[in-house]
Design a protein around this ligand. Structure first.
Ligand SMILES: [Zn+2]
Length: 106
């Protein structure tokens, strides 16, 4: 086994936060295979800003899942989209906002 050190998992291209944040969405959607999940997970383990973003997103989805088991009302969906945009802008993690898969609405 190799000790990869505390920062910069060498497993893949997820070295920068923008890419990691982008993949968070796929991670949360369960779209990634095990290797990619591992890459994201290791980035989260080493990158507090991304971990915060992940927690924020995961929390939102948990709330949505509890309240709207079948579908998200358009109003809530757009409010969440705005909240996410605001969150990411505030953190400066993603220029132009996060990917909007499943949230584009219109
Ligand atoms: Zn990061």
């Amino acid at each position: 086994m190799t000790d990869f050190g505390p920062v910069g998992p060498p497993l893949g291209p997820v070295g920068d936060c923008g890419e990691a944040v982008h993949r968070l969405y796929h991670f949360l959607d369960g779209e990634l295979d095990d290797d990619r999940r591992a890459v994201i997970q290791s980035h989260l383990d080493n990158c507090l800003p991304c971990l915060d973003a992940f927690d924020f997103e995961a929390e939102l989805r948990a709330v949505i899942a509890r309240k709207c088991r079948d579908q998200v009302p358009d109003e809530l969906r757009s409010r969440i989209a705005v909240a996410i945009q605001h969150e990411f802008k505030a953190r400066g993690l993603a220029e132009g906002g996060p990917p909007r898969d499943g949230m584009s609405g219109l």
